[in-house]
Design a protein around this ligand. Structure first.
Ligand code: PLP
Length: 368
């Protein structure tokens, strides 16, 4: 494996220090929560190695939520840990991957570290970041071992519709190749919630976590859902070699969060919907910026209109140094820096509004 650090991590708020940012619109999760919110008494927890597949109560909650058996759930160290297990299990240097871009950086970078052949299907603003499944089909090779999609999508918030998801499931089945669907944002949705992709075929692998919609990325708990016992045994072997099992305390907290989903998620989605409305209202007053409206998740990926002459170095410098605003610049996603990811689920409403005003002000000064 040839590891290279990703700009999204090198330049992340955690790395540069949260205290250096006044209006943090760079986050892709909802507001972080405290341990105290869960009212848990963990004093009796026996700190033994845990169940290798994950804390049983957590697997039970996940299985019940998405409509699979508990044996179809493998708990991992965050969705990132799940993606690592899947990539390293299914891909070697002689294999081929088809993956969409832009994407959560790990979905591209771990396969690169493995050294497999990669065909990237680029999603474009002009196509509203929609996926043409025929492009997946056209990219297939005899040694394709994985097709990798993300919905709701990071950084755009665009969602696959049911017909497109079904078509992708069918293309992978015809090719005899597993389909990974990174559904880390699935619980944040403004329209119809699709069935978990893994319920649509034993060759489909779903990934999610408590980091984004539950606001507890610090517990590092995610999971793989898949209905093929042979594949799941291979994923378990990978997990055992990486870390044997997960952290018991982390998984107990995650279990409490997922168990309370019926109270938590509806209120969360209402708050996110209002925040998305605020971004939309701001954009209506912007001549220089355009977006594809997100249908899920808590981020969007607007861009400075391509015909405008803008000094991007100046824009990002002013944004940071004079207006105290952090966003996710396009290069975090291997895209032009005219794009910026705006996270509207993490900041308070006031911080979001002021951050958006900061973007307008910095852009006014950077336009030539
Ligand atoms: C699409 C997607 N998948 C996976 C992850 C990793 O999440 P986790 O914190 O659960 O490891 C992220 C984090 O940004 C993400 O955006």
């Amino acid at each position: 494996m040839k590891y290279v650090r990703m700009p999204i991590e090198v330049e992340s708020p955690e790395e540069r220090g949260y205290s250096t940012i006044r209006y943090n619109l760079a986050e892709s999760s909802v507001t972080d929560r405290t341990l105290g919110e869960f009212n848990l008494d963990l004093s009796g927890a026996v700190l033994a190695y845990g169940d290798h597949r994950g804390f049983p109560a957590l697997r039970h909650e996940i299985a019940e939520d998405v409509g699979v058996g508990e044996g179809d759930v493998l708990v991992t160290a965050g969705a990132a840990g799940a993606l690592f297990i899947i990539a390293t299990t299914l891909l070697g240097p002689d294999d081929h991957l088809v993956v969409v871009r832009p994407n959560y950086a790990t979905n591209l970078e771990t396969p690169r570290a493995i050294g497999c052949a990669i065909d990237i299907v680029d999603l474009t603003f002009e196509d509203s970041f929609g996926l043409d499944v025929e492009r997946l089909r056209a990219a297939l090779r005899p040694n394709t071992r994985l097709i990798s999609l993300t919905t709701p999508h990071n950084p755009t918030g665009v969602c696959l519709d049911r017909a497109t998801l079904d078509a992708a499931v069918a293309v992978a089945a015809e090719a005899g190749c597993p389909l990974l669907v990174d559904e880390t944002y699935r619980d944040m949705i403004y329209g119809e919630k699709l069935p978990l992709a893994a319920t649509l075929g034993a060759h489909v692998i779903s990934v999610s976590s408590v980091s984004k919609s539950y606001g507890i990325p610090g517990v590092r708990v995610g999971w793989i859902v898949n209905r093929d016992p042979v594949l799941m045994e291979r994923f378990l072997a990978a997990k055992e070699q990486i870390g044997i099992c997960g952290g018991l305390i982390d998984e107990m907290v995650a279990a409490a969060a997922v168990a309370a989903r019926h109270d938590w998620l509806p209120a969360l989605n209402q708050r996110l919907s209002a925040a998305r409305d605020a971004v939309e209202a701001w954009l209506k007053g912007q001549d220089a910026i355009e977006w594809v409206k997100p249908e899920g998740g808590c981020v969007c990926f607007p861009r400075i209109k391509p015909h405008l002459d803008v000094d991007l170095d100046l824009f990002y410098r002013l944004l940071d140094e004079e207006y105290g605003v952090a966003v996710g610049p396009g290069h975090w996603f291997e895209m032009d820096r005219r794009f910026m990811r705006i996270g509207f689920g993490w900041p308070t409403f006031d911080e979001l509004t002021r951050g958006l005003e900061g973007i307008s002000a910095a852009l006014r000064r950077a336009l030539r």
